[in-house]
Design a protein around this ligand. Structure first.
Ligand code: CMC
Length: 436
Protein backbone atom coordinates (compact mmCIF):
# COMPACT_ATOMS: atom_id res chain seq x y z
CA UNK A 1 0.00 0.00 0.00
CA UNK A 2 1.37 3.42 -0.80
CA UNK A 3 0.14 7.02 -0.60
CA UNK A 4 -2.12 8.62 1.98
CA UNK A 5 -5.89 8.56 1.95
CA UNK A 6 -7.41 11.67 0.40
CA UNK A 7 -8.84 14.11 2.93
CA UNK A 8 -12.64 13.85 2.88
CA UNK A 9 -14.37 16.74 1.15
CA UNK A 10 -17.90 17.60 0.13
CA UNK A 11 -18.59 19.18 -3.25
CA UNK A 12 -21.17 21.92 -3.59
CA UNK A 13 -22.45 22.90 -7.01
CA UNK A 14 -24.09 26.25 -7.70
CA UNK A 15 -26.94 25.34 -10.04
CA UNK A 16 -27.10 28.85 -11.46
CA UNK A 17 -23.63 28.81 -13.03
CA UNK A 18 -22.41 25.25 -12.50
CA UNK A 19 -19.48 26.45 -10.33
CA UNK A 20 -18.16 23.72 -8.00
CA UNK A 21 -16.41 24.06 -4.69
CA UNK A 22 -14.80 21.33 -2.63
CA UNK A 23 -15.24 21.90 1.07
CA UNK A 24 -13.03 19.97 3.50
CA UNK A 25 -14.72 17.81 6.12
CA UNK A 26 -13.47 17.86 9.71
CA UNK A 27 -13.67 14.96 12.14
CA UNK A 28 -13.91 15.30 15.89
CA UNK A 29 -13.08 12.51 18.34
CA UNK A 30 -16.74 11.51 18.35
CA UNK A 31 -19.84 13.15 16.96
CA UNK A 32 -20.98 14.26 13.52
CA UNK A 33 -18.60 15.30 10.76
CA UNK A 34 -18.30 19.04 10.25
CA UNK A 35 -18.14 20.85 6.91
CA UNK A 36 -15.47 23.55 6.91
CA UNK A 37 -17.14 26.44 5.09
CA UNK A 38 -14.54 29.11 5.87
CA UNK A 39 -13.55 29.60 2.23
CA UNK A 40 -17.12 29.53 0.93
CA UNK A 41 -17.66 33.28 0.78
CA UNK A 42 -14.22 34.02 -0.62
CA UNK A 43 -14.64 31.50 -3.42
CA UNK A 44 -18.36 31.75 -4.21
CA UNK A 45 -19.54 35.08 -2.77
CA UNK A 46 -22.29 33.22 -0.88
CA UNK A 47 -23.06 33.08 2.82
CA UNK A 48 -24.77 30.25 4.68
CA UNK A 49 -28.05 30.93 6.49
CA UNK A 50 -28.65 29.30 9.88
CA UNK A 51 -30.63 31.38 12.37
CA UNK A 52 -30.44 29.81 15.83
CA UNK A 53 -27.28 27.92 14.70
CA UNK A 54 -29.16 24.63 14.33
CA UNK A 55 -26.51 23.25 11.93
CA UNK A 56 -23.49 25.37 12.78
CA UNK A 57 -20.42 24.52 14.86
CA UNK A 58 -19.09 27.86 16.06
CA UNK A 59 -15.78 26.57 17.44
CA UNK A 60 -13.59 23.57 18.15
CA UNK A 61 -13.71 22.45 21.78
CA UNK A 62 -12.27 19.70 24.00
CA UNK A 63 -14.38 20.38 27.07
CA UNK A 64 -17.88 18.91 26.86
CA UNK A 65 -19.52 16.43 24.53
CA UNK A 66 -23.25 15.80 24.11
CA UNK A 67 -24.87 13.04 22.07
CA UNK A 68 -28.41 14.36 22.02
CA UNK A 69 -29.97 11.26 20.44
CA UNK A 70 -28.41 8.88 22.92
CA UNK A 71 -28.82 11.21 25.93
CA UNK A 72 -25.09 11.27 26.68
CA UNK A 73 -23.19 14.09 28.39
CA UNK A 74 -19.41 13.93 28.98
CA UNK A 75 -17.16 16.45 30.73
CA UNK A 76 -13.63 15.96 29.34
CA UNK A 77 -14.69 12.41 28.46
CA UNK A 78 -16.21 11.46 31.81
CA UNK A 79 -19.94 10.57 31.87
CA UNK A 80 -22.01 13.02 33.90
CA UNK A 81 -23.61 10.17 35.88
CA UNK A 82 -20.18 9.00 37.14
CA UNK A 83 -19.12 12.51 38.08
CA UNK A 84 -22.39 13.17 39.90
CA UNK A 85 -22.08 9.90 41.80
CA UNK A 86 -18.37 9.74 42.62
CA UNK A 87 -16.86 13.20 42.27
CA UNK A 88 -17.41 16.61 43.86
CA UNK A 89 -17.86 20.08 42.45
CA UNK A 90 -14.32 21.33 43.15
CA UNK A 91 -12.87 18.32 41.37
CA UNK A 92 -15.21 18.94 38.42
CA UNK A 93 -14.14 22.60 38.32
CA UNK A 94 -10.51 21.48 38.10
CA UNK A 95 -11.40 18.96 35.41
CA UNK A 96 -13.26 21.49 33.24
CA UNK A 97 -10.67 24.19 33.68
CA UNK A 98 -7.50 22.11 33.36
CA UNK A 99 -8.51 19.08 31.31
CA UNK A 100 -7.91 16.21 33.76
CA UNK A 101 -9.03 15.12 37.19
CA UNK A 102 -6.64 16.32 39.89
CA UNK A 103 -4.51 14.05 42.07
CA UNK A 104 -4.85 14.52 45.84
CA UNK A 105 -2.19 17.25 46.06
CA UNK A 106 -3.49 19.13 43.05
CA UNK A 107 -7.01 18.97 44.46
CA UNK A 108 -5.98 20.29 47.88
CA UNK A 109 -3.99 23.13 46.30
CA UNK A 110 -6.85 24.04 43.96
CA UNK A 111 -9.39 24.09 46.78
CA UNK A 112 -7.09 26.26 48.87
CA UNK A 113 -6.50 28.66 45.97
CA UNK A 114 -10.22 29.00 45.35
CA UNK A 115 -11.00 29.68 49.01
CA UNK A 116 -8.38 32.47 49.01
CA UNK A 117 -10.65 34.38 46.65
CA UNK A 118 -14.09 33.86 48.24
CA UNK A 119 -14.41 37.36 49.74
CA UNK A 120 -15.32 40.31 47.57
CA UNK A 121 -13.74 43.76 47.83
CA UNK A 122 -15.43 45.45 50.80
CA UNK A 123 -16.36 48.47 48.70
CA UNK A 124 -18.31 46.17 46.36
CA UNK A 125 -20.66 45.28 49.22
CA UNK A 126 -21.95 48.85 49.06
CA UNK A 127 -23.10 48.35 45.48
CA UNK A 128 -25.97 46.32 46.82
CA UNK A 129 -27.48 49.37 48.55
CA UNK A 130 -28.07 50.84 45.09
CA UNK A 131 -30.51 48.07 44.18
CA UNK A 132 -34.16 47.94 45.20
CA UNK A 133 -34.84 45.29 47.84
CA UNK A 134 -37.18 43.51 45.44
CA UNK A 135 -34.58 43.38 42.65
CA UNK A 136 -34.30 39.98 41.00
CA UNK A 137 -31.08 38.20 42.15
CA UNK A 138 -30.09 37.70 38.51
CA UNK A 139 -30.27 41.47 37.92
CA UNK A 140 -28.05 41.99 40.96
CA UNK A 141 -25.60 39.24 39.96
CA UNK A 142 -25.33 40.62 36.45
CA UNK A 143 -24.53 44.09 37.77
CA UNK A 144 -22.11 43.05 40.51
CA UNK A 145 -20.20 40.54 38.37
CA UNK A 146 -19.81 43.16 35.63
CA UNK A 147 -18.51 45.55 38.30
CA UNK A 148 -15.74 43.11 39.33
CA UNK A 149 -13.69 44.46 36.43
CA UNK A 150 -13.70 47.84 38.17
CA UNK A 151 -12.01 46.27 41.21
CA UNK A 152 -9.63 43.57 40.05
CA UNK A 153 -7.39 45.45 37.65
CA UNK A 154 -4.59 42.96 38.18
CA UNK A 155 -6.46 40.19 36.35
CA UNK A 156 -7.77 42.01 33.28
CA UNK A 157 -4.92 41.33 30.87
CA UNK A 158 -6.32 38.53 28.74
CA UNK A 159 -2.97 37.95 27.05
CA UNK A 160 -1.32 36.91 30.31
CA UNK A 161 -2.09 33.25 31.18
CA UNK A 162 -1.43 33.89 34.88
CA UNK A 163 -3.90 36.78 35.00
CA UNK A 164 -6.44 34.71 33.09
CA UNK A 165 -6.17 31.95 35.70
CA UNK A 166 -6.44 34.43 38.59
CA UNK A 167 -9.59 35.92 37.03
CA UNK A 168 -11.00 32.39 36.54
CA UNK A 169 -10.37 31.46 40.19
CA UNK A 170 -11.85 34.76 41.33
CA UNK A 171 -15.03 34.21 39.36
CA UNK A 172 -15.51 30.61 40.56
CA UNK A 173 -14.81 31.68 44.16
CA UNK A 174 -16.84 34.89 44.25
CA UNK A 175 -20.03 33.88 42.45
CA UNK A 176 -21.50 32.08 45.50
CA UNK A 177 -20.65 35.08 47.69
CA UNK A 178 -22.26 37.49 45.23
CA UNK A 179 -25.40 35.36 44.76
CA UNK A 180 -25.82 34.74 48.51
CA UNK A 181 -25.45 38.48 49.17
CA UNK A 182 -28.17 39.18 46.59
CA UNK A 183 -30.44 36.90 48.62
CA UNK A 184 -29.45 38.45 51.96
CA UNK A 185 -30.10 41.92 50.62
CA UNK A 186 -33.58 40.92 49.40
CA UNK A 187 -34.59 39.66 52.86
CA UNK A 188 -32.93 42.49 54.77
CA UNK A 189 -30.43 40.32 56.63
CA UNK A 190 -26.74 41.14 57.12
CA UNK A 191 -24.30 39.74 54.59
CA UNK A 192 -22.49 36.63 55.81
CA UNK A 193 -18.78 36.42 55.07
CA UNK A 194 -17.53 33.16 53.57
CA UNK A 195 -16.03 30.55 55.88
CA UNK A 196 -13.05 28.91 54.32
CA UNK A 197 -13.17 25.72 56.36
CA UNK A 198 -16.42 24.83 54.57
CA UNK A 199 -16.57 23.25 51.15
CA UNK A 200 -18.04 25.10 48.17
CA UNK A 201 -21.67 24.02 48.58
CA UNK A 202 -21.57 24.19 52.39
CA UNK A 203 -20.16 27.68 52.24
CA UNK A 204 -22.92 28.77 49.89
CA UNK A 205 -25.56 27.39 52.28
CA UNK A 206 -23.85 29.15 55.19
CA UNK A 207 -23.73 32.50 53.36
CA UNK A 208 -27.36 32.15 52.24
CA UNK A 209 -29.08 30.81 55.32
CA UNK A 210 -26.72 31.63 58.19
CA UNK A 211 -27.12 34.68 60.42
CA UNK A 212 -24.43 36.29 62.61
CA UNK A 213 -26.27 35.67 65.89
CA UNK A 214 -26.08 31.88 65.83
CA UNK A 215 -24.04 29.11 64.32
CA UNK A 216 -25.60 27.72 61.12
CA UNK A 217 -25.64 23.94 61.18
CA UNK A 218 -24.85 22.46 57.79
CA UNK A 219 -27.12 19.61 56.79
CA UNK A 220 -24.66 17.25 55.07
CA UNK A 221 -27.38 15.68 52.91
CA UNK A 222 -28.50 19.06 51.63
CA UNK A 223 -24.90 20.16 51.03
CA UNK A 224 -24.09 16.96 49.11
CA UNK A 225 -27.24 17.33 47.01
CA UNK A 226 -26.40 20.95 46.22
CA UNK A 227 -22.84 19.98 45.29
CA UNK A 228 -24.27 17.34 42.94
CA UNK A 229 -26.63 19.88 41.36
CA UNK A 230 -23.65 22.17 40.80
CA UNK A 231 -21.83 19.30 39.03
CA UNK A 232 -24.82 18.68 36.76
CA UNK A 233 -25.02 22.35 35.78
CA UNK A 234 -21.28 23.02 35.42
CA UNK A 235 -21.01 23.00 31.61
CA UNK A 236 -23.07 22.20 28.56
CA UNK A 237 -20.93 23.00 25.49
CA UNK A 238 -22.05 25.79 23.15
CA UNK A 239 -25.45 26.75 24.66
CA UNK A 240 -26.76 30.33 24.43
CA UNK A 241 -24.98 31.73 27.50
CA UNK A 242 -21.67 30.00 26.76
CA UNK A 243 -21.78 31.18 23.16
CA UNK A 244 -22.47 34.67 24.49
CA UNK A 245 -19.41 34.46 26.75
CA UNK A 246 -17.27 33.31 23.82
CA UNK A 247 -18.65 35.99 21.49
CA UNK A 248 -18.14 38.74 24.07
CA UNK A 249 -14.64 37.41 24.74
CA UNK A 250 -13.80 37.27 21.05
CA UNK A 251 -13.65 41.06 20.98
CA UNK A 252 -11.00 41.04 23.72
CA UNK A 253 -13.45 42.05 26.47
CA UNK A 254 -12.29 41.24 30.01
CA UNK A 255 -13.44 37.99 31.67
CA UNK A 256 -15.66 39.68 34.29
CA UNK A 257 -17.56 41.55 31.57
CA UNK A 258 -17.90 38.32 29.55
CA UNK A 259 -19.31 36.34 32.48
CA UNK A 260 -21.77 39.16 33.23
CA UNK A 261 -22.95 38.79 29.61
CA UNK A 262 -23.33 35.04 30.18
CA UNK A 263 -25.42 35.63 33.30
CA UNK A 264 -27.69 37.99 31.35
CA UNK A 265 -28.26 35.34 28.68
CA UNK A 266 -28.81 32.54 31.18
CA UNK A 267 -31.64 34.50 32.78
CA UNK A 268 -34.05 34.00 29.85
CA UNK A 269 -36.88 31.46 30.38
CA UNK A 270 -35.86 29.41 27.32
CA UNK A 271 -32.48 28.84 29.01
CA UNK A 272 -31.56 28.88 32.72
CA UNK A 273 -34.62 30.92 33.67
CA UNK A 274 -36.66 27.79 32.94
CA UNK A 275 -36.09 26.40 36.46
CA UNK A 276 -37.94 29.37 37.94
CA UNK A 277 -40.61 29.15 35.22
CA UNK A 278 -41.18 25.44 35.96
CA UNK A 279 -41.99 26.15 39.59
CA UNK A 280 -44.36 28.96 38.61
CA UNK A 281 -46.01 26.61 36.10
CA UNK A 282 -46.44 23.84 38.68
CA UNK A 283 -47.92 26.31 41.16
CA UNK A 284 -50.30 27.67 38.53
CA UNK A 285 -51.46 24.16 37.62
CA UNK A 286 -52.05 23.67 41.34
CA UNK A 287 -53.46 20.12 41.32
CA UNK A 288 -53.18 16.93 39.30
CA UNK A 289 -56.75 17.13 38.02
CA UNK A 290 -55.89 20.38 36.20
CA UNK A 291 -53.04 18.81 34.20
CA UNK A 292 -55.14 17.72 31.17
CA UNK A 293 -56.44 21.27 30.79
CA UNK A 294 -52.88 22.62 30.95
CA UNK A 295 -51.62 20.09 28.38
CA UNK A 296 -54.49 21.07 26.09
CA UNK A 297 -53.37 24.71 26.27
CA UNK A 298 -49.76 23.75 25.47
CA UNK A 299 -50.79 21.71 22.45
CA UNK A 300 -53.22 24.35 21.27
CA UNK A 301 -50.28 26.80 20.95
CA UNK A 302 -52.64 29.79 20.51
CA UNK A 303 -51.96 30.96 24.08
CA UNK A 304 -48.21 30.64 23.69
CA UNK A 305 -47.99 28.29 26.70
CA UNK A 306 -45.04 25.86 26.76
CA UNK A 307 -44.43 22.95 29.04
CA UNK A 308 -41.48 24.48 30.84
CA UNK A 309 -38.63 22.11 31.70
CA UNK A 310 -39.41 20.06 28.59
CA UNK A 311 -37.60 20.03 25.27
CA UNK A 312 -34.04 20.77 24.30
CA UNK A 313 -32.23 21.88 21.17
CA UNK A 314 -29.73 19.04 21.42
CA UNK A 315 -31.38 16.27 23.46
CA UNK A 316 -33.96 14.31 21.49
CA UNK A 317 -34.01 11.78 24.31
CA UNK A 318 -33.95 12.04 28.11
CA UNK A 319 -31.61 14.75 29.33
CA UNK A 320 -29.19 12.63 31.41
CA UNK A 321 -29.05 15.40 34.00
CA UNK A 322 -32.83 15.24 34.44
CA UNK A 323 -32.60 11.52 35.23
CA UNK A 324 -30.08 12.15 38.03
CA UNK A 325 -32.07 15.11 39.38
CA UNK A 326 -35.36 13.22 39.34
CA UNK A 327 -33.88 10.58 41.61
CA UNK A 328 -32.15 13.19 43.78
CA UNK A 329 -35.49 15.00 44.24
CA UNK A 330 -36.96 11.90 45.86
CA UNK A 331 -33.88 11.29 48.03
CA UNK A 332 -33.56 14.89 49.23
CA UNK A 333 -37.24 15.29 49.97
CA UNK A 334 -37.42 12.10 51.98
CA UNK A 335 -34.18 12.99 53.83
CA UNK A 336 -35.65 16.39 54.70
CA UNK A 337 -38.85 14.73 55.85
CA UNK A 338 -40.92 16.34 53.06
CA UNK A 339 -43.48 13.69 52.25
CA UNK A 340 -46.12 13.98 49.55
CA UNK A 341 -44.81 17.31 48.21
CA UNK A 342 -47.75 18.30 45.99
CA UNK A 343 -45.53 20.02 43.40
CA UNK A 344 -43.42 16.88 43.00
CA UNK A 345 -46.56 14.85 42.52
CA UNK A 346 -47.85 17.28 39.90
CA UNK A 347 -44.47 17.21 38.16
CA UNK A 348 -44.37 13.41 38.04
CA UNK A 349 -47.90 13.19 36.71
CA UNK A 350 -47.20 15.92 34.16
CA UNK A 351 -44.14 14.00 33.01
CA UNK A 352 -46.10 10.73 32.81
CA UNK A 353 -48.88 12.28 30.73
CA UNK A 354 -46.53 14.23 28.44
CA UNK A 355 -44.32 11.22 27.71
CA UNK A 356 -47.37 9.32 26.42
CA UNK A 357 -48.85 12.17 24.44
CA UNK A 358 -48.33 12.20 20.66
CA UNK A 359 -47.57 15.92 20.61
CA UNK A 360 -44.50 15.47 22.84
CA UNK A 361 -43.54 12.03 21.48
CA UNK A 362 -43.50 13.17 17.85
CA UNK A 363 -41.42 16.23 18.66
CA UNK A 364 -39.08 14.22 20.93
CA UNK A 365 -39.74 16.48 23.90
CA UNK A 366 -38.38 15.03 27.15
CA UNK A 367 -37.78 16.52 30.61
CA UNK A 368 -34.64 18.61 30.76
CA UNK A 369 -32.35 19.64 33.64
CA UNK A 370 -34.75 22.34 34.80
CA UNK A 371 -37.82 20.16 35.24
CA UNK A 372 -37.05 18.78 38.70
CA UNK A 373 -34.24 21.01 39.99
CA UNK A 374 -36.58 23.72 41.32
CA UNK A 375 -38.41 21.21 43.49
CA UNK A 376 -35.15 20.34 45.23
CA UNK A 377 -34.08 23.97 45.57
CA UNK A 378 -37.46 24.79 47.10
CA UNK A 379 -37.18 21.93 49.60
CA UNK A 380 -33.73 23.26 50.55
CA UNK A 381 -35.33 26.61 51.38
CA UNK A 382 -34.32 28.71 48.36
CA UNK A 383 -36.94 31.17 47.10
CA UNK A 384 -37.95 30.70 43.45
CA UNK A 385 -36.17 33.89 42.42
CA UNK A 386 -32.82 32.35 43.46
CA UNK A 387 -33.10 29.27 41.24
CA UNK A 388 -31.47 30.77 38.16
CA UNK A 389 -28.78 32.41 40.31
CA UNK A 390 -27.92 28.90 41.57
CA UNK A 391 -27.56 27.82 37.95
CA UNK A 392 -25.25 30.80 37.33
CA UNK A 393 -23.06 29.87 40.33
CA UNK A 394 -22.58 26.37 38.92
CA UNK A 395 -22.18 27.39 35.25
CA UNK A 396 -19.48 30.00 35.94
CA UNK A 397 -16.76 27.34 35.75
CA UNK A 398 -18.05 26.13 32.38
CA UNK A 399 -18.20 29.66 31.01
CA UNK A 400 -14.71 30.51 32.18
CA UNK A 401 -13.23 27.20 30.97
CA UNK A 402 -14.74 27.83 27.53
CA UNK A 403 -13.53 31.42 27.58
CA UNK A 404 -9.97 30.30 28.36
CA UNK A 405 -10.11 27.69 25.61
CA UNK A 406 -11.25 30.33 23.14
CA UNK A 407 -8.49 32.77 24.07
CA UNK A 408 -5.87 30.01 23.65
CA UNK A 409 -7.27 28.81 20.31
CA UNK A 410 -4.98 29.95 17.44
CA UNK A 411 -7.99 29.91 15.08
CA UNK A 412 -9.82 32.42 17.30
CA UNK A 413 -11.13 35.53 15.55
CA UNK A 414 -13.66 38.13 16.56
CA UNK A 415 -17.13 36.57 16.19
CA UNK A 416 -18.87 38.39 13.39
CA UNK A 417 -21.84 36.65 11.72
CA UNK A 418 -23.22 37.96 8.43
CA UNK A 419 -26.86 38.36 7.42
CA UNK A 420 -29.41 37.92 4.69
CA UNK A 421 -30.43 41.54 4.14
CA UNK A 422 -34.10 41.95 3.19
CA UNK A 423 -34.53 45.68 3.84
CA UNK A 424 -34.63 48.50 1.30
CA UNK A 425 -31.93 48.73 -1.33
CA UNK A 426 -30.25 52.16 -1.53
CA UNK A 427 -32.81 54.93 -2.02
CA UNK A 428 -32.71 58.71 -2.27
CA UNK A 429 -33.11 60.78 0.89
CA UNK A 430 -36.41 62.70 0.95
CA UNK A 431 -36.34 66.08 2.77
CA UNK A 432 -38.92 66.40 5.61
CA UNK A 433 -40.99 68.99 3.74
CA UNK A 434 -41.34 66.67 0.76
CA UNK A 435 -42.54 63.61 2.79
CA UNK A 436 -46.27 62.89 2.57
N1 CMC B 1 -43.61 22.82 25.21
C1 CMC B 1 -44.39 22.71 24.11
N2 CMC B 1 -43.94 22.62 22.86
C2 CMC B 1 -42.61 22.65 22.70
C3 CMC B 1 -41.73 22.77 23.79
C4 CMC B 1 -42.27 22.86 25.08
N3 CMC B 1 -41.49 22.97 26.14
N4 CMC B 1 -40.45 22.79 23.32
C5 CMC B 1 -40.52 22.69 22.00
N5 CMC B 1 -41.83 22.61 21.61
C6 CMC B 1 -42.34 22.41 20.24
C7 CMC B 1 -42.29 23.70 19.44
O1 CMC B 1 -43.50 24.42 19.54
C8 CMC B 1 -42.05 23.17 18.04
O2 CMC B 1 -43.28 22.65 17.57
P1 CMC B 1 -43.61 22.70 15.96
O3 CMC B 1 -42.68 21.73 15.32
O4 CMC B 1 -45.05 22.31 15.90
O5 CMC B 1 -43.38 24.12 15.53
C9 CMC B 1 -41.13 21.96 18.26
O6 CMC B 1 -41.44 21.51 19.60
C10 CMC B 1 -39.65 22.32 18.18
O7 CMC B 1 -39.40 23.37 19.09
P2 CMC B 1 -38.39 24.55 18.87
O8 CMC B 1 -38.81 25.73 19.67
O9 CMC B 1 -38.15 24.75 17.41
O10 CMC B 1 -37.07 23.89 19.48
P3 CMC B 1 -35.76 24.64 19.92
O11 CMC B 1 -34.67 23.67 19.82
O12 CMC B 1 -35.60 25.92 19.18
O13 CMC B 1 -36.04 25.04 21.45
C11 CMC B 1 -36.13 24.98 23.80
C12 CMC B 1 -35.50 24.38 22.54
C13 CMC B 1 -35.40 24.42 25.02
C14 CMC B 1 -35.94 26.51 23.80
C15 CMC B 1 -37.62 24.60 23.84
O14 CMC B 1 -37.78 23.19 23.89
C16 CMC B 1 -38.35 25.25 25.02
O15 CMC B 1 -38.78 26.40 24.91
N6 CMC B 1 -38.50 24.53 26.18
C17 CMC B 1 -39.09 25.09 27.35
C18 CMC B 1 -38.08 25.95 28.09
C19 CMC B 1 -37.04 25.12 28.79
O16 CMC B 1 -37.36 24.17 29.51
N7 CMC B 1 -35.79 25.52 28.65
C20 CMC B 1 -34.65 24.86 29.32
C21 CMC B 1 -33.76 24.19 28.35
S1 CMC B 1 -32.58 23.11 29.16
C22 CMC B 1 -31.60 24.06 30.19
C23 CMC B 1 -30.97 25.26 29.58
O17 CMC B 1 -30.70 25.36 28.41
O18 CMC B 1 -30.68 26.15 30.34
Amino acid sequence: MSGTAAKPTITMIDNTDGKRIDLPMMDGTVGPRVMDIRKLYGETGHFTYDPGFTSTASCESKITYIDGDAGVLLYRGYPIEDLAEHSDFMEVCYLLLKGDLPNATQKATFERDITLHTMIHEQLTRFYQGFRRDAHPMAVCCGVVGALSAFYHDSLNINDPHQRMVASYRLIAKLPTIAAMAYKYSVGQPFMYPKNELNYAENFLHMTFGVPCEEYKINKTVARALDRLFILHADHEQNASTSTVRLAGSSGANPFACIAAGIATLWGPAHGGANEAVLQMLQEIGSKDRIPEFIRKVKDKSEGVRLMGFGHRVYKNFDPRAKVIRKAAHDVLSELGVHNEPLLEIAMELERIALQDDYFVQRKLYPNVDFYSGIIYRAMGFPTSMFTALFAVARTVGWIAQWNEMIEDPAQKIGRPRQLYTGHAARAFVPLAARG
